[in-house]
Design a protein around this ligand. Structure first.
Ligand code: CO8
Length: 258
C-alpha cells in the first residue's frame, strides 16, 4: 500500500480499522482521502486477518462532508473527467461487513460515506445532515438513493430538502443506525459490535451480507433464488460441517473460515 496521507489504519483482533484523519477540517473528504479509504477497504477485504472493517474519524467529528475548497471551482467537465464517483462505487463491492462508528457532524459526503457502511454505531452527540441544498447542489455519492431506500421517500425528501440536522433518536427510529452509545464509549461499543460479527464463520457472514443486499435492488423472487444458491453453497464449507457437528456433539464450534 502507498503511504497514506489522509487516513490511518490498523488491524487488531480481526478488525481492520480506518480512521479519517483530517481532524482540523472536521475530516472533510477530499478525493485522495476517498481513494485511500476505498483502497484500504479493498486490501482488508482480501486480508484473512480482517473479519470486519471499522470506519471512524479522528478528532471531534466523523466527517463534515466533501471538501468544499476542492469542489468550489469544479465544472461538469472536471467532474466527468476526474470520475471521482468510480471510487465510491467500489465500496459496494466490499464483501466483508463495514461498521461505521460515527460522532458529532455526519454531513453531506460524510453522511453518504456513513450510509455506505453496513452498520452504524452512533455517539449520542451525532447529528446527521445533507446541507448540499444550502450550497446550491445536492447529494452526489448515493445520498438521495441510499437514504430513501432506508427510510422511505417521505422523510428522505424532507431531510434532504430542508438540510435539517437529524438527531440520533430520529435516526434510530427511522432505522438507519443500529445503536446509540455514550460518546466516551463509542469505540468500545463499536468494537464490541464488530467482535460479535468477527467471531461468526466468515463465509456465512459474506454470503448473508450479499443476500441481504440483494433484497434492496431485486424482486422477492430473484432475491429468494439468490438466497437459495448461497444457502446451498455454504454446505460446501468446512465451517458448515464444523458448526452443525459441534451442535450435534454439544460443544462449541471452532470456525476456520474455510
Ligand atoms: N469542506 C472543507 N472544509 C470544511 C468543511 C467542508 N465540508 N467542513 C468544515 N471545514 C473546515 C472549516 O472551513 C474550518 O476550517 P478553518 O479552521 O481553516 O476555517 C474547519 O473545518 C472547522 O470548521 P468550522 O470552524 O466551520 O467548525 P464549526 O464547529 O463552527 O462548524 C460545521 C461545523 C457546522 C460542520 C461547519 O464546518 C460546516 O457547515 N461545514 C460544511 C458542511 C457542509 O456543507 N457539508 C457538505 C459539503 S458538500 C458535500 O458533501 C457534497 C457531497 C457530494 C459527493 C461526495 C464527494 C466526496
Amino acid at each position: 500500500m502507498n503511504a497514506l496521507q489522509f487516513i490511518e489504519t490498523s488491524i487488531e483482533d480481526g478488525i481492520g480499522f480506518i480512521f479519517l484523519n483530517r481532524p482540523k477540517q472536521l475530516n472533510a473528504l477530499n478525493r485522495k482521502m476517498i481513494s485511500e479509504i476505498v483502497s484500504t477497504m479493498e486490501a482488508f477485504d482480501i486480508d484473512s486477518q480482517v473479519k470486519v472493517i471499522l470506519l471512524t474519524g479522528n478528532g471531534k467529528a466523523f466527517s463534515a462532508g466533501a471538501d468544499i475548497d476542492e469542489m468550489v471551482n469544479d465544472s461538469p467537465i472536471t467532474l466527468e473527467l476526474t470520475n471521482q464517483f468510480a471510487d465510491w462505487d467500489r465500496i459496494n463491492l466490499i464483501r466483508k461487513p463495514i461498521i461505521g462508528a460515527v460522532k458529532s457532524f455526519v454531513f453531506g459526503g460524510g453522511f453518504e460515506l456513513a450510509l455506505a457502511c453496513d452498520f452504524l454505531v452512533a455517539a449520542s452527540d451525532t447529528q446527521f445532515s445533507f446541507p448540499e441544498v444550502t450550497l446550491g447542489v445536492m447529494p452526489g455519492a448515493g445520498g438521495t438513493q441510499r437514504l430513501t431506500k432506508l427510510v422511505g421517500k417521505t422523510k428522505a425528501l424532507e431531510w434532504i430538502l430542508t438540510a435539517e440536522r437529524i438527531h440520533v433518536k430520529s435516526a434510530l427510529h427511522y432505522g438507519f443506525i443500529n445503536k446509540i452509545v455514550a460518546p466516551e464509549l463509542l469505540m468500545e461499543e463499536a468494537v464490541d459490535f464488530a467482535q460479535k460479527i468477527a467471531k461468526q464463520p466468515p463465509l456465512a457472514v459474506r454470503l448473508i451480507k450479499e443476500s441481504v443486499n440483494k433484497a434492496v435492488d431485486h424482486s422477492l423472487y430473484e432475491g429468494m433464488q439468490f438466497e437459495r444458491k448461497n444457502f446451498y453453497l455454504l454446505f460446501a464449507s468446512g465451517d458448515q460441517k464444523e458448526g452443525m457437528s459441534a451442535f450435534v456433539e454439544k460443544r462449541k464450534p471452532k470456525f476456520t473460515g474455510g
